[in-house]
Write a protein that binds this ligand. Structure first.
Ligand SMILES: N[C@@H](CCC(=O)N[C@@H](CS)C(=O)NCC(=O)O)C(=O)O
Length: 160
């Protein structure tokens, strides 16, 4: 057993789970993965065994005096950044880091129409479906963010 376990849903359909998993992978640290299956009828009970919020993902850091649980994606990423400062999870440049945090928080709390109408699904294709109200605006905002970040801060970007 490693000192970290990430409890998560299917990374192909749970973008939250994918986020923490990618961050952990970027640190290079070994970790265990525990999956919960959203299609199970007792999914809530299953998640509550691990996570006080009743949502995944949750990172467990197994310490000598017990498990430290961190159940919010951005908190997980901040914690990993503190433990593994050389992993480059956040940009070194202060301005870039502030913008990265703003973008991450916007992504974290926003884009409701896109999430509702086009939930993440990396295993299937749904051509022509999901363009509900507000989705086009969300997509425009996301592509603007990407283009702006690449223009402003894309040079020499560290990708793990
Ligand atoms: N704010 C949370 C959001 C987590 C979240 O919404 N997780 C979803 C996964 S897609 C979940 O656990 N859903 C299970 C359920 O609602 O029963 C985070 O940052 O991790």
């Amino acid at each position: 057993m490693t000192v970290f376990t990430l409890v998560m849903g299917n990374r192909a359909s749970s973008s939250w789970s994918l986020r923490g998993w990618l961050a952990l992978k970027c640190t290079g640290v070994a970790f265990d993965e525990a999956m919960v299956w959203f299609k199970r009828p007792d999914i809530k009970e299953q998640i509550l065994i691990h996570s006080p919020s009743g949502l995944v993902q949750v990172l467990k850091h197994h310490k000598k005096d017990g498990d430290l649980l961190i159940w919010e994606t951005l908190a997980i990423i901040e914690y990993l950044d503190e433990l593994f400062p050389d992993a480059g999870l956040w940009p070194e440049n202060q301005d870039a880091r502030a913008v990265a945090r703003a973008v991450s928080a916007e992504m974290h709390g926003g884009f409701g129409p896109l999430r509702n109408h086009m939930p993440m699904d990396l295993q299937n294709q749904w051509p022509g479906e999901g363009m509900g109200e507000g989705v086009a605006e969300n997509i425009k905002r996301i592509t603007d963010i990407w283009e702006d970040c690449r223009d402003q801060y894309g040079e020499g970007v560290n990708s793990c």
